[in-house]
Design a protein around this ligand. Structure first.
Ligand code: SER
Length: 315
């Protein structure tokens, strides 16, 4: 099926792999990448690219009209740890970019939107184990507040204006192509890089801080499967809980030791510990399983094998 797609925030951790996958599926010319900065060579050379500020409504509208875009994946955002340092900038980026695409859809200039939410929408009063789809939501970070507000606006635009917006609450994402930036779950990517380059890792979370995580291939497939589902299947218009695995820094380090027996880890918790302490340790994603047949493929063992194999090609 031919359709023209715009990815906003295409040079980030998710955007890079999402763009490459969508180009493989729908053809390079149909998938326009955009970001405020240029990205990796493979991204820049594999199809059209636009320098774009996601908070500038006219600029986003121009790109959409020029390329006759039908679907938008809005991946631009400031993540949890950086947002705590720049609260107002984070709020402006995370909210204004979302309003821009929601309003363009309301005006029928695009047909469909994907927008990622996060486990950060939950807070210290949420049940931590197998956190349900509907629960107490009192996020205590700027990032979490922006994502929860965004979820409410998505549902509102769907109910009021029939905007077809679809969303997933991503857990921490583990990938080898592009590094994450500014998140609390970033340790689970850094650890593989340091294990291979230095043989040790100093972790900014405590050894027993268990968080929900997912390998990037699953995360990309989830977004595309959600976007390809029939409208009638999508029963949740705020954002779906999405799960794959859960582990602590100690558990991921044990899994790395299966490959690199001399690997060692030390713990020096910083301000990110207090963010992690308010997030779920595992997620109940039965609603996503029920509504559009979600099933994760990567557990920790498979993720570690893939990360070590892919990253060790660089050493
Ligand atoms: N991975 C994100 C973060 O740590 C959560 O969505 O900020």
């Amino acid at each position: 099926m031919q359709k023209s797609i715009l990815i906003i925030g295409a040079c980030g951790q998710i955007g890079t792999e999402l763009t490459l996958k969508l180009r493989e599926l729908y053809g390079e010319e149909c998938v326009v990448a955009s970001d405020i900065r240029e990205g990796s060579d493979s991204l820049m050379q594999s199809g059209p690219f636009e320098l774009l500020d996601a908070t500038n409504y006219e600029a986003v509208e121009d790109v959409i009209l020029y390329h006759e875009i039908e679907e938008v994946y809005l991946m631009a955002a400031m993540l949890s740890a950086t947002a705590e340092k720049f609260p107002e900038r984070a709020w402006n980026l995370n909210m204004n970019s979302l309003f821009n695409v929601l309003n363009l859809a309301k005006e029928n200039k695009i047909n469909k939107i994907f927008w990622p939410s996060s486990i950060a929408v939950f807070g210290p009063n949420t049940p931590r184990d197998m956190t349900p789809q509907n629960s107490i939501m009192e996020p205590s970070t700027v990032y979490g507040i922006s994502k929860l507000s965004g979820e409410r606006w998505c549902e509102y635009y769907h109910n009021k204006y029939n905007v077809d917006v679809r969303s997933l609450r991503y857990p921490g994402l583990i990938s080898w192509k592009t590094q994450p930036g500014g998140g609390t779950t970033d340790y689970a990517v850094e650890i593989y890089h340091d294990a291979l380059s230095k043989g040790n890792y100093q972790c900014f979370l405590k050894e027993d801080t268990k968080l929900p995580m997912m390998f990037m291939d699953d995360a990309i497939r989830a977004a595309i499967e959600l976007m390809d589902s029939d409208t009638g299947q999508i029963k949740v218009r705020s954002s779906y809980n999405l799960g794959a695995m859960s582990f602590s820094p100690k558990e991921i380090s044990e899994s790395i030791k299966q490959w690199l027996p001399d690997f060692s880890i030390t713990y020096q918790p910083d301000f990110r510990q207090s963010i992690a302490d308010t997030w779920p340790s595992s997620i109940d994603d039965s609603k996503a399983k029920e509504d559009w047949n979600w099933a994760a493929e990567f557990d920790l063992t498979k993720t570690t094998a893939e990360m070590i194999n892919q990253l060790s090609k660089n050493f």
